[in-house]
Design a protein around this ligand. Structure first.
Ligand code: SAM
Length: 473
């Protein structure tokens, strides 16, 4: 019998199948145990998080009154730690060449009817110019796994190109990387190239199902994939982003697995994941989400987000354009801190006038432009933020968590959000968005607690109007 041990470096011990199954049984047994649920909610109110068992009981809870309490608490914790800011980013697809056989992904090796494409450095620069012209400052680069077509040298060259493009007032100030699990040495190279977060989705924590869904290619190796974040951290990357592809397996199993992964990183690396992503399987070329009979309702999806928010209060949560505007509106309230906007999931898609579909990874369900997303966020009471300050100021890993815990975020992230929003309004926004944005900045300056910071922000906003850029705390 393999024993559960969050301190172990072995995948099967820190993500332990038996412990997950016992957790699900325990959660089922106690789903209407109001006394226990009240105790867990009381503990969650301390804002120090919950373990995977406690959080799984809340996820299983069926009492409508308690579910509302969970939602209210999630919303409050989000406000306390992240204020009303939402950070914006876009994915940039570099190459869809891939040697893996993932059954849910159209880039799988056996898909012979999808067009294969890999960007040249000139094409990367063209994509970056198009993204800068939308107003983006933060990207997540995406690539299939192919040691011949997309070796680490290619990824590093692309990162270098992305950071070097300075078009008008534009700049990409943070590149996050979502590429296949790799070696410590390669992670060190990514760190040296100045990446922000290294993102890798587990897809599913259920080993048996994982091996079935990844029948061929290097990604078949469950342990190598699951232990990737430890290697990334050994390579010096402080901020890692985890996630599962909801729909592939039982959501409650994935939820417990996600939290166990976070507990493991906290136990052995001293810091949990920087972000958790919650993608759901989508229709794509050669892919029918109906083939995976674990789809979950929008309501359950939102409940998962709320339970993640209260279980790991200091971990950012990301929602992509896989979701519709309606679902995004609902779920943001419950704890999301970052969203993508104006996304194109095809290789070379941003430089095209019309959204191309031939190399797309999945169908996008929120097709609005970045300006429309920014406008919508403000109408819903959120401050769209293009801030990239933390990792550039060395606030990564536990130093970022400290900032979160100290309550200094309101003197730091909040002004950074306002100053980067101001840049967006001047350089890229439509007339209506400018009007909304200026009013929002005026209102929100007054909520900066420290008077000195408030004065500095006012001064910097004037400087931004006069052409200066890239101020940060
Ligand atoms: N090749 C890298 C890897 O294996 O991790 C990068 C991943 S890929 C470009 C980004 C993510 O897209 C995958 O990890 C997967 O979760 C997600 N994805 C793949 N097919 C999808 C689909 N049909 N619908 C939604 N998301 C999908």
């Amino acid at each position: 019998m393999i024993k559960y041990d969050p301190h172990s470096m072995k995948a099967e011990e820190f993500i332990n199948d038996e412990e997950i199954r016992n957790t699900l049984d325990y959660a089922k047994e106690h789903k209407n145990d109001i006394k226990l649920i009240d105790e867990i909610i009381t503990k969650a109110r301390e804002r120090k998080g919950l373990d995977h068992r406690e959080a799984s009981v809340l996820l299983a809870c069926e009492d409508p009154v308690k579910i509302n309490e969970i939602y209210d608490l999630a919303e409050q914790i989000k406000k306390d730690f992240y204020g009303n800011r939402i950070v914006l980013f876009a994915p940039l697809y570099l190459s869809n060449y891939c040697v893996n056989g993932c059954l849910y992904c159209p880039y799988h090796l056996k898909n012979k009817h999808i067009a294969r494409k890999k960007l040249t450095q000139e094409e990367v620069a063209r994509e970056v110019i198009a993204l800068q012209d939308m107003g983006h400052k933060r990207l997540a680069i995406e690539s299939g796994e192919d040691p011949v077509n997309n070796p680490i040298e290619y990824i590093l060259e692309c990162i270098n190109t992305i950071y070097s493009v300075k078009h008008k007032n534009g700049a990409i100030r943070r590149v996050n990387v979502n590429i296949a699990a790799t070696t410590v040495e390669n992670y060190r190279k990514l760190k040296d190239a100045g990446i922000g977060t290294y993102i890798l989705f587990q897809e599913t924590y259920n080993r048996e199902n994982y091996e079935r869904l990844h029948p061929t290619g290097p990604k078949h190796d469950y342990a190598y994939h699951t232990e990737a974040m430890d290697r990334a951290m050994e390579g010096g990357i402080d901020d890692v982003g985890v996630g599962v592809l909801f729909g592939l397996d039982n959501y409650a199993y994935e939820f417990a697995g996600l939290l166990m992964h976070a507990e493991h990183l906290e136990a052995v690396q001293g810091v949990g994941p920087h972000t958790i992503s919650v993608p759901r399987v989508k229709h794509a070329d050669d892919i029918d989400p109906g083939d995976f009979d674990n789809s979950l309702s929008d309501d359950m999806f939102c409940k998962i987000a709320a339970c993640i928010r209260i279980a790991v209060p200091y971990t950012g949560m990301i929602i992509s354009t896989r979701e519709t505007p309606e679902v995004r509106e609902k779920i943001i309230r419950l704890g999301v801190s970052q969203i993508s906007g104006g996304s194109r999931t095809s290789v070379g898609g941003y430089a095209e006038a019309e959204r191309p579909h031939d190399t797309e990874q999945f169908d996008v369900s929120d097709n609005r432009t970045l300006d429309e997303v920014v406008n919508w966020l403000m109408r819903s009471g959120y401050i769209p933020s293009f801030c990239t300050a933390c990792y550039r100021e060395g606030r990564t890993g536990d130093r970022f968590m400290e900032l979160c815990k100290s309550g200094q975020i309101q003197n730091c992230c909040h002004p950074n959000a306002l100053m980067t929003l101001k840049e967006f309004l001047i350089d890229y926004a439509s007339e209506d968005t400018v009007k909304l944005g200026e009013a929002m900045i005026d209102r929100e300056i007054d909520t900066i607690p420290a008077q000195k910071v408030r004065e500095t922000v006012r001064d910097r906003l004037t400087k931004i109007e006069n052409g200066d850029r890239d101020f940060r705390f």
